[in-house]
Design a protein around this ligand. Structure first.
Ligand code: ADP
Ligand code: ADP
Ligand code: MG
Length: 472
């Protein structure tokens, strides 16, 4: 039985994993860089260890982290998302050192982390993939030839890409020639690999992904889909489950594809199969994420299944405690990624001290965050500072509840994406559940909201509140 887990991460996802440990009477070990000494995951875990002065390097040092897991008596390690979560080396080192890695095998992580390999495996399994190149490009001449074959527009993509980076749409050969080197160098810098490939650009697609769970006994189930079409620069902003844009027949088709995909690669633990749906309602496999996803909360809300708890049970060798037909969904859920960014200023990151913070509450509202009043958001990590997930029995109620929950939330001291989301909630096509990945681009006017109270006044209120609470 797993008794103690090292959490190789920080921020809200580390807190989320601690919570799952607490509910299962499992001890948790946090790691933190100097700058994070007072972070919430450090306070909440049963033990915490400093991993050095560099804000990032310690979280990326697989050998050192696994040493720490062994030395602190852990029997398992949870990688969260980002950092080393999709690094096959970490899974491999864990295995060698007798630490159970809460995720799939190193081989599966390696295969699926390479988008070309992943496409190949899916084609072999009979899952439709986005038309594209079947090997990384040897050079710009080959790119031009492949693109001419596929037809413009095309997407240039980093083979080992992630987090929405290393992706560039090219509408013509001129653009392909212009962007080729740029994507190559971005891939090299961000992912340490200069491999890139080409895909057909699907016009105005919906991003639909399926959550799967697979145990070590060979059982694979899917927990329905999430619609992550509301994105900015290929990064998700709002995620919804189930998708308001699918019929039950389409839902079952895509669910079957995802299960087939997982079975084909011998997948274990939680994973996500991402698809694009084109304007003719055809699905195309895009990639598989071999880890817990930021937006797992919406799936938890509609199914009642604690995905992190299941991840731990699976890593522990336990069989899934439910069958596919026992997984029921109820209502709709929507997650908002609250980023410390200024929507009015091209979403410029807005790091700094949170002078006042109120979490939303009430029926159907869940908050996942690591911020608190007085916490300073460090500039070294990504700008997502909270996730607000709202659940309701039906779509109309969900929209009202989402607006209420966002109004309920108070994050002062930094700019956030909350006012932007309140504008999104007013847009007719969004309210009608009809949108695609161009939504944000198609609605540039949404950043012209009025700030309800002047910033100066808020700063004064915050200062007064902090003064009144000094010493507590
Ligand atoms: P999700 O699919 O779970 O929504 P994102 O794509 O938003 O995940 O990524 C979650 C976090 O992980 C972000 O901080 C992102 O920058 C980081 N990330 C994801 N994939 C990679 C990768 N291949 N390399 C580096 N960072 C990544
Ligand atoms: P990452 O690994 O960074 O998450 P993905 O391959 O999942 O990269 O793509 C991220 C986003 O980029 C998608 O959600 C979609 O909006 C857009 N995208 C990727 N490939 C295509 C494509 N072939 N056609 C249209 N949009 C695409
Ligand atoms: Mg993706």
């Amino acid at each position: 039985m797993i008794k103690k887990i090292l959490i190789a991460n920080r921020g809200e996802i580390a807190v989320r994993i601690v919570r799952a440990c607490q509910e299962s009477n499992i001890e948790s070990v946090a790691i933190y860089a100097d700058a994070e000494r007072h972070a919430l995951h450090v306070k909440k875990a049963t033990e915490a260890y400093n991993i050095g002065p560099d804000p990032v390097a310690g979280y990326l040092n697989a050998h050192r982290i696994v040493n720490l897991a062994v030395a602190s008596g852990c029997d398992a390690l949870h990688p969260g998302y980002g950092f080393l979560s999709e690094n096959p080396e970490l899974a491999h080192i864990c295995k060698r050192r007798g630490i159970r890695f809460i995720g799939p095998s190193a081989d599966v992580i390696r295969n699926m982390g390479n988008k070309i390999e992943a496409r190949r495996s899916m084609q072999a399994a009979g899952v439709p993939v986005v038309p594209g190149s079947d090997a990384s490009l040897a050079g710009v001449a080959e790119a031009v030839a492949v693109a001419a074959n596929i037809g413009y527009p095309v997407m240039l993509k980093a083979t080992s890409g992630g987090g929405g980076r290393g992706i560039r749409r090219c509408n013509s050969e001129t653009e392909l020639l212009r962007y080729y080197e740029r994507v190559l160098s971005e891939a090299r810098k961000a992912f340490g690999s200069a491999e890139i490939f080409l895909e057909k650009c699907i016009e105005r697609p919906r991003h639909i992904e399926v959550q799967i769970l697979a145990d070590q006994q060979g059982n694979v189930v899917q927990l329905f889909e999430r619609d992550c079409s509301i994105q900015r620069r290929h990064q998700k902003l709002i995620e919804i489950a189930p998708s308001p844009q699918l019929t039950d027949a389409q839902r079952s088709t895509i669910g079957d594809y995802a299960v087939r995909a997982a079975q084909a690669v011998g997948y274990q633990n939680a994973g996500t199969v991402e698809f694009l749906m084109d304007e003719n309602q055809q699905f195309y496999f895009m990639e598989m994420n071999t880890r817990l996803q930021v937006e797992h909360t919406v799936t938890e809300s509609i199914t009642g299944i604690d995905i992190v708890r299941e991840q731990i049970r699976i890593a522990d060798g336990q069989a899934l405690s439910f069958k596919q037909d026992e997984i029921k969904r109820r209502g709709f859920a929507m997650q908002f990624r609250i980023n410390a960014e200024d929507p009015k200023n091209d979403f410029l990151p807005s790091f700094g001290r949170i002078t006042r913070y109120f979490a939303p509450g009430g029926p159907g509202v869940r908050t996942d965050t690591a911020i608190f009043t007085g916490y300073a958001i460090p500039p070294y990590y990504d700008s997502m500072c909270a996730k607000i997930t709202v659940w309701a029995l039906d779509w109309e109620q969900l929209l009202s509840r989402a607006r209420r929950a966002l109004h309920d939330t108070g994050v002062y001291g930094v700019k956030t994406t909350i006012p932007y989301y309140l504008e999104v909630l007013k847009v007719d096509s969004f309210r009608a559940g009809r949108f695609n990945t161009s939504f944000v681009e198609d609605h540039p006017e949404l950043v012209n909201y009025k700030t309800s109270r002047p910033a100066r006044e808020l700063a004064a209120v915050a200062a007064a509140v902090i003064a009144a609470h000094a010493g507590y």
